[in-house]
Design a protein around this ligand. Structure first.
Ligand SMILES: [Zn+2]
Length: 445
């Protein structure tokens, strides 16, 4: 009798759903990772009680769940249990090789030149984060006096050093070490722009310091003394963008006041990812790239209805790389660039349930006011949790020629956010929030 009941239940469970749940991640029962956590992402029938390694799994009203398990070095056996089923997942966490300790090696100053445009000069020898001081132009002469791992130490003045990736520079003959002398400088004022030029006999390195009322543009290593630098104090309007160009030793620094009238704007809407780049994935199997595009198309409609000039970096599901998106914005003389995404987390976090809501990212100081407004207007319109504004060094955010922000509307994997973004009007509500924020930013004094 009892055996018959078990058989019957087994039969039922195979007919409805083999395990009572479906996993999107991990993709395989056996995996090897080098992360500290592994994410179990998927959906379950509402009647199932899911536990992973005896930890109860929270499932949202539409069945989505996300649960992170901390891994120990070597093999981890993880038990996923539903009402009538237990599955074993084997995850091997690779033990990290201890890295050899890197030491700073200092040497006599050697001149070198920058090999390509847009080369980051950094304040720490790390290839990530918000540590970029400026972006140097091709054929800029710099002075190098040390190395640390993959970076050279750059001598700017006796009080100022910086770092540059070794692969970005080439040492030059020391006979050419004369660094270049000052020729002249000039400034011009227009109704909505200011132009300052400063000329040297060679291309020299620079840094930018953006303060509340002015921008300090510093040019280093002039003449033979190697200890002095030139500073241009550039006053700036309330809402501004700027552009630096270099031509044969002459820097041109242009500060633009952004237009006051909405009809003068060109707004670029950038739907994140696309094509083979799916972006993040949700517990119900939704792809970030599709939701991004939906929001972008809604936003286009709303802004066009207000007679605003709008352009999209992609209008369908295709691959567009980051450099193409940035070039497109520059070529079309964008005033505002809005990149649209849904957030994800790496396998580095235990508490997935805290990671939800809308976050706005920016890089340049002049984009911060728009980020602040959007954080209010998007969360208000979409009903998402306020998750703050943050700085991030993303390629689409770094250009200074336009105001640029990146909206992470919600978290793809968060079960509660899944309920929000599955709603019919989610894309339209996010788009409304973005449009309201942009209009508030433009029209507010
Ligand atoms: Zn994304």
């Amino acid at each position: 009798m009892q055996r018959g009941l078990i058989l019957f239940l087994l039969l039922i469970s195979t007919i409805t759903n083999v395990y009572g749940y479906e996993l999107i991640l991990p993709k395989n029962k056996n995996s090897t990772v080098n992360t500290n956590y592994i994410l179990f992402l998927g959906k379950a029938n509402n009647t199932e009680n899911i536990t992973i390694n005896n930890e109860k799994v929270f499932t949202s009203s539409n069945g989505a769940f996300a649960h992170s398990i901390k891994l120990k070095d070597g093999e981890n056996r993880i038990l996923v249990r539903s009402n009538f089923n237990t599955q074993v997942y084997k995850v091997c966490k690779k033990t990290k090789n201890k890295k050899e300790e890197i030491k700073l090696n200092e040497f006599e100053i050697k001149p070198a030149i920058i090999k390509k445009d847009n080369t980051p000069l950094r304040n720490t020898p790390i290839n990530s984060g918000m540590n970029r001081i400026s972006h140097l132009f091709k054929n800029t002469t710099i002075l190098i006096n040390g190395e640390f791992g993959e970076f050279y130490k750059v001598f700017l003045s006796k009080d100022k050093e910086a770092w540059i990736a070794k692969e970005d520079v080439e040492f030059i003959d020391t006979k050419n070490s004369q660094i270049g002398s000052f020729i002249n400088m000039d400034s011009k004022k227009y109704s909505n722009a200011q132009l300052q030029t400063i000329s040297f006999t060679k291309n020299l390195p620079y840094t930018i310091e953006d303060y509340d009322k002015e921008i300090l543009f510093k040019i280093y290593n002039p003449e033979l003394s190697q200890t002095s630098f030139y500073t241009l104090n550039i006053p700036k309007p309330e809402k501004y963008t700027y552009k630096i160009s270099l031509d044969d030793g002459t820097y041109t620094f242009k500060v633009n006041e952004i237009p006051k009238n909405i009809e003068e704007y060109t707004i670029i809407i950038d739907a994140g990812h696309g094509g083979s780049e799916k972006g993040a994935i949700g517990g119900l199997g939704d792809k970030e790239k599709d939701i991004n595009l939906k929001i972008a198309l809604e936003l286009e409609k709303i802004l066009k209805a207000q007679n605003i000039n709008v352009l999209l970096t992609r209008e369908c599901d295709g691959n567009v790389d980051l450099a193409t998106r940035v070039d497109f914005a520059k070529k079309n003389e964008a005033n505002i660039f809005v990149s649209i995404h849904l957030n994800s987390i790496g396998d580095t976090q235990m508490n997935i349930h805290k990671m939800r809501g809308t976050s706005i990212y920016y890089y340049n100081k002049h984009s911060k006011p728009l980020a602040e407004i959007l954080e209010k207007t998007v969360t208000k319109s979409a009903g998402t949790k306020r998750n703050g504004i943050h700085t991030a060094s993303f390629a689409v955010l770094r250009p200074t020629e336009y105001i640029s922000v990146l909206v992470e509307a919600a978290y793809m994997i968060n079960p509660l956010d899944t309920v929000l973004y599955k709603k019919e009007d989610f894309a339209k509500n996010v788009a409304d929030g973005i449009a309201n924020g942009i209009i508030e930013f433009i029209t507010k004094n």
